[in-house]
Design a protein. Structure first.
Length: 143
């Protein structure tokens, strides 16, 4: 697993076109607003207020998360440092590269989390045990 750090996670503001009477439009294009090509799109919804999701890392998959409705926080952890990002606008999202432990927490009622992923689903890409994650990250740090 390549060494990725907290500083590699970042908020990306998406283009926003406003028309007073007709509402707003934002978009994402491969390799333009986000630094990868999208191979999978999924979304989380009907999550009870205050609940959490995620709590895993990916070996190879990069992700971009957008709160298309409501709000939630994303806690990211590189094995050494932790930080929290708040998502509450559909014209901004959080880029999370592979090798970062991420948890989506404190969903507001009615929230929808859109996830753009760089790879198709593969259970083998997931690290769901934090102790294993820490071991893999420390192995990278020592090499």
């Amino acid at each position: 697993m390549k060494k990725t750090r907290i500083k590699d996670c970042r908020i990306i503001h998406l283009p926003k076109f406003q028309e007073r009477a007709k509402g707003n439009l934002s978009f994402v294009e491969n390799l333009k607003q986000i630094p990868f090509s999208v191979k999978r799109v999924f979304y989380l919804f009907d999550i009870p207020g205050g609940e959490s999701r995620g709590a895993h890392a990916h070996i190879a998959c990069n992700q971009f998360l957008v709160a298309v409705s409501g709000s939630f926080a994303v806690e990211v952890n590189d094995g050494n440092k932790k930080t929290r990002h708040y998502l509450n606008r559909p014209d901004m999202g959080l880029y999370i590269p592979f090798g970062i432990w991420a948890s989506e927490v404190n969903f507001s009622s009615g929230s929808i989390c859109l996830v753009l992923a760089s790879d198709k689903f593969s259970e083998d890409d997931y690290i769901r045990d934090y102790k294993i994650f820490k071991t893999l990250k420390s192995d990278v740090s020592s090499s």
